[in-house]
Ligand binder design. Structure first.
Ligand code: ADP
Ligand code: MG
Length: 735
């Protein structure tokens, strides 16, 4: 079956309510629809789910989605069901949390081909009875979400993931799409090999998250600083990461005392409390969750507005995953990290007693964190560089270093010195060692290699080791130097670096920042907060937005769904800007399709209508359907009926009673205009009732008089039924 781009876009708009694809979603979807294996690398929040959810709806059969996150499957399924009204069978999940009756329901829906998407945990997929079940249904394709779990080199290895390929062969071959947010080359090749899809089309998108703001702060009075920050952003959701359970508890308590709705989350809490705290965060009973890194794996809350690292994370990769949980909906997220070198020293102490190879890796990862934190360069450039991606702009405008640029100097001479040193040594060494040589520091390692006798020893003694390390980090970003991956980061000079040495070009370098870890707060922070507020833009009606959020929360509670499943933040933002007061207008908001508007929209448009009236707000004219007089009113009605809008919506949009609307339509039709009312009649009236009534007008009625019809039929049919079918008769038969 061939699908056109229009088919795909219609599904995007009608089902998901989005106007445009994000990144490479459309290309991925096309390829999958054509039956090709796909490998999708997108950062967290990139929109991976849609890449399989959308084709699943279009293709024949059921898409089997393998995901490790049992706790979140229900959410995913709820989210899909949230887009359609009255079709719970469309999505299901199979995992160990289901009871017998629930499993039977899933089976029945699968066997009767009602289900388009089935989420399974890998351990459920490997169960014989499930394999047997899936052998009986048509599988459209397999989606392996969080595919890095296949690799021991990923950050979340799951042995059961290794069994996916053989199971797929057993159930029946179908295209495979693998998706992950982990980008290291080793993990990538493991995934392709293990899933047996060497020829998969690879879609690797940029890992840049333009809506995230990055900042590293001196860890001074951090607790107070955090309170101040949260008070500046009341009612928004955020995560605060601390490294120890004790600190998590302390911080949560400290926030609570200060009137902030916060809860702790760490592995030391019992499972029930943990689940409860997580739920209360997802349901917006609390604004802030204070957590160890255990929290957040796959958390799908799209409107997390800030991620604060009270303690420095242990690796840049971890930092990126954690900060990535902010702003999944594409609106601003702020990522703030408190840094003090003392914390690094503490972490180093924890390494003692671990195997040497592991210590070496840990040390290496910590060095990366330090150089990131202390760098004066654009944070975005640094982060993307870490994932092997070049960020080409000079100023991203969305990190502390770009908003408050550091001193820039031409580092040509310094870089040349570094390159000469590296080339002069027979073996390759790490950054710290090289920096010690240049700064003239007689460390044990330097002496053991006799590098204190090297001709470059102390050649850069006017600068500190830190300075030289920073020069080398910038050399890495500029691809003049490279790190050996296999050997934990020994430095070598690239071809570009050799060219630079022969004929150097100007090299803008940034001085590192000084972190005291003890000093007082400074005024810069206030300034940063102001410029961010300006960046945020927004422009909506904040008072209305707050009301809408409360309504969403209340409704979500009643329905037992997460608030964002009703409407996401961008949709509420739009509502607070364009003031939709009908279901039809509501569909103009981002992420609101037909199903969602019908299913959840009514209370929202009612609230907005009331708000608009009470505050005498004039709505943007595009969206206002003013009450027109005379023929203008009629033409409005005709155009709305042409657009197949239901009568009650037309009436409410035009401020007419149903009686008035019927009178208008009757007058339009009597004057000879034909309207196609079937869309509404088919929805309101049983087909045989329509037939019987048509029969009456055709064969029994002596005129088209409404009164006559009502007195003849009024006992058996409602007045609305009679009126509507009479109109149909007038349009189709009588004129
Ligand atoms: P990932 O799995 O890659 O981390 P998700 O699939 O959870 O990301 O999607 C992140 C967010 O992006 C979700 O809130 C989702 O609704 C939203 N999203 C996905 N596709 C689109 C799109 N085409 N337009 C607007 N928002 C989208
Ligand atoms: Mg995902």
């Amino acid at each position: 079956m061939a699908f056109t781009s229009a088919d795909i876009r219609n599904t995007l708009k009608d089902f998901f309510g989005f106007d445009a694809f994000k990144g490479e979603q459309e290309e991925v979807i096309h390829s999958l629809l054509e039956g090709k294996d796909c490998f999708v690398l997108m950062p967290t929040g990139g929109g991976k789910s849609l890449c399989y959810q959308l084709p699943a709806l279009m293709l024949d059969g059921v898409a089997v989605v393998i995901s490790p996150l049992i706790a979140l499957m229900k959410n995913q399924v709820d989210a899909i069901r949230g887009f359609v009204s009255g079709n719970e069978s469309i999505a299901h999940f199979l995992n160990s949390s289901l009871n017998k009756a629930q499993i039977d329901e899933v089976k029945a829906d699968l066997l009767s081909a009602k289900t388009k998407i089935l989420y399974v945990a890998p351990e459920s997929l490997t169960k014989a009875e499930n394999v047997a079940l899936l052998r009986q249904v048509k599988v459209s394709f397999y989606a392996v979400d969080e595919a890095h779990c296949i690799s021991e080199w990923g950050h979340d290895f799951r042995p059961e993931y290794r069994r996916i390929r053989p199971i797929v062969d057993e159930i029946g071959k179908a295209p495979i799409i693998a998706l992950t947010a982990t980008a290291t080359p080793k993990v990538q090749s493991d995934i392709l090999k293990n899933l047996g899809i060497p020829d998969a089309l690879v879609f690797k998108s940029s890992f840049n998250r333009p809506n995230l703001y990055y900042e590293v702060k001196d860890k001074v009075d951090a607790e107070k600083d955090i309170i101040r920050y949260i008070r500046l952003h009341p009612g928004t959701s955020g995560i605060i990461y601390c490294l120890s359970r004790r600190k998590v508890e302390e911080m949560a308590q400290f926030l609570q005392i200060n009137g902030i709705r916060a809860l702790p989350y760490h592995a030391g809490l019992d499972a029930k409390t943990r689940a409860e705290n997580q739920d209360r965060f997802l349901m917006e009973d609390v604004d802030v969750i204070v957590a160890t890194i255990a929290f957040g794996m796959g958390i799908d809350k799209p409107d997390i507005r800030f991620v604060i690292h009270y303690d420095i994370p242990k690796s840049v990769e971890g930092y990126y995953q954690e900060t990535g949980r902010a702003g999944r909906d594409g609106l601003q997220g702020e990522c703030i990290t408190y840094y003090s070198y003392k914390d690094i020293q503490k972490l180093e102490k924890f390494m003692k007693g671990k195997p040497l190879a592991e210590q070496d890796i840990t040390r290496q990862l910590l060095d990366e964190v330090v150089s990131y934190a202390e760098s004066g360069q654009c944070r975005r450039k640094l982060l993307l560089g870490y994932f092997g991606e070049d960020y080409l702009k000079d100023n991203c405008g969305m990190c502390d270093n770009c908003l408050h640029p550091r001193t820039i100097f031409d580092g040509r001479a310094e870089m040349k010195l570094v390159i000469r040193l590296v080339l002069s040594l027979k073996e390759h060494f790490k950054i710290e060692h090289l920096a010690a040589i240049l700064a003239g520091s007689e460390t044990a390692l330097v002496k053991s290699y006799n590098h204190d006798k090297n001709k470059y020893f102390a050649a850069g003694a006017t600068h500190t080791e830190k300075f030289w390390a920073a020069v080398m980090h910038q050399g890495l970003i500029a691809h003049l130097l490279e790190k050996e991956i296999e050997t934990y980061g020994l430095i070598y000079v690239t071809d570009l670096g050799r060219m630079f040495l022969d004929d150097p070009w100007p090299l803008n370098m940034v001085e590192d920042r000084e972190f005291s870890g003890t000093g007082g707060g400074d005024d810069d922070e206030e300034e940063a907060a102001v410029s961010l507020a300006a960046l945020r833009g927004g422009g909506g009606d904040e008072q209305l937005l707050a009301l809408l959020k409360d309504l969403r929360k209340d409704m979500a509670h009643k329905l037992g769904l997460q608030p964002w499943i009703l409407f996401q933040d961008p949709a509420l933002d739009d509502m607070s800007i364009i003031y939709p007061i009908t279901i039809e207008e509501l569909k103009n908001c981002q992420g609101v399709g037909e199903g969602k508007a019908k299913k959840f929209g009514k209370p929202f448009v009612e609230l907005i209508a009331k708000y608009v009236e009470e505050n005498e707000i004039s709505r943007p004219s595009d969206y206002v359907v003013k009450t027109p007089a005379g023929s203008n009113r009629k033409s409005k009605i005709i155009s709305q009926i042409d657009r197949r809008i239901s009568f009650d919506e037309v009436a409410s949009a035009m401020d007419l009673s149903m009686e008035e609307l019927y009178e208008e339509i009757e007058s339009i039709v009597s004057s000879g205009t034909k309207l196609n009312l079937n869309y509404y009649i088919n929805q309101e009236i049983e087909p045989d009732v329509t037939e019987e009534l048509m029969d009456y007008f055709r064969n029994e009625a002596s005129s088209d008089s409404l009164e006559e019809a009502i007195s003849a039929l009024g006992n058996d049919y409602t007045e609305d039924e009679i009126r509507l079918v009479r109109l149909k008769f007038l349009c189709e038969v009588a004129s």
